[in-house]
Design a protein around this ligand. Structure first.
Ligand code: BDR
Ligand code: CA
Length: 312
């Protein structure tokens, strides 16, 4: 007799952000995971806006019960940079959402994570989909106690999107990223090499829209997010980066990974935030991350459409 495995407790640390919003919806629709709470960070927009966006998305699906705690409003060392050129002035431009109907908790995200993780009977999986500032602060404080693993969207083996050398989340706070990759905690890096295989098509947008009001909202998010990617890459869609990290937790096997050494470039301005992945084991550096190298894109999008269609 087969039994359903218990849901994996997770905290989503995000900067919504179009693809963060879709990652959040995928999480809410998936019984394989139990969302303990949402923490927010600077990134795609200011902390104030990313926090409001997380709350607005939760309102959309009537999940006022999910805790939201706001965290770092700037990187550990660098100046704040937001991605208005990709996500717009609100951080979630495109579909219209009313203002949030509630405020975030009166508790810093790092305090919230420390308390929530300590109280969990089962080690918690962290899924960061923005700059890693909150996660680095947590690890410096607790050493990662009762954290099962970290599955992060960020970095790349051979791509860049913020610069030719670096992906946005790692570029935004490279010192925080180096803290995460140095920590003795199982870490999976879902980088651009993988997420650039998760690019929507117009047909997929139609399928999403046909699933219902939440699907129509997601299709509208994709339509706005696709504008930047059409101009930059000539694609007829958008990569749903952050949802791939969540999908990897929900359905192991969609992403193929290899364990390798990853270091973050902190010194040079030209290569700031590059994740230097020792793919061909040139350095003798010990593996410190499972690095995504391939994606079952058909399986990923089937999962996404089916789960978004479950939301009310
Ligand atoms: C990452 O940066 C942001 O624009 C997205 O939300 C994603 O987390 C992709 O580089
Ligand atoms: Ca993000």
């Amino acid at each position: 007799m087969s039994t359903t495995p218990p849901a994996i407790p997770i905290i989503l640390d995000c900067d919504p952000g179009h693809d963060d919003a879709i990652a959040l919806l995928l999480t809410l629709a998936s019984p394989e995971v139990e969302l303990l709470g949402v923490t927010t960070v600077h990134g795609n927009q200011t902390l104030e806006k990313t926090t409001a966006n997380a709350l607005r998305v939760l309102d959309l699906v009537e999940r006022g019960d999910v805790s939201v705690a706001a965290g770092a409003d700037r990187p550990l060392v660098r100046d704040l940079t937001v991605a208005s050129h990709v996500h717009g002035e609100s951080g979630l431009d495109g579909p219209t959402l009313p203002p949030a109907g509630r405020a975030a908790l009166d508790e810093h995200a790092v305090d919230y994570m420390e308390r929530t993780i300590a109280a969990s009977a089962v080690p918690v999986t962290l899924v960061p989909t923005g700059p890693l500032t909150n996660i680095a602060l947590l690890l410096e404080r607790t050493g990662g106690a009762n954290v099962e693993r970290i599955v992060l969207m960020g970095g790349a083996i051979a791509e860049g999107n913020m610069t030719p050398a670096a992906e946005f989340n790692i570029w935004a706070d490279p010192e925080a990223a180096q803290v995460v990759f140095s920590a003795p905690i199982a870490t999976t890096m879902i980088g651009l090499d993988v997420t650039h295989r998760a690019v929507t098509t117009p047909a997929l947008q139609e399928r999403l829209a046909a699933t219902g009001p939440v699907g129509a909202f997601v299709a509208d998010l994709v339509a706005f997010f696709a504008v930047y990617h059409r101009e930059t890459y000539g694609w007829d869609g958008a990569p749903i980066h952050d949802a791939v990290a969540v999908a990897h937790v929900i359905r192991p096997g969609l992403v193929t990974t290899v364990d390798r050494n990853v270091e973050v470039e902190l010194g040079s301005e030209l290569c700031r935030g590059r994740t230097v992945v020792d793919l061909w084991r040139r350095t003798g550096g010990l593996p410190n991350a499972d690095v995504g190298v391939d994606l079952d894109d058909v399986g990923f999008f089937e999962l996404l459409v089916e789960r978004i269609g479950r939301l009310p």
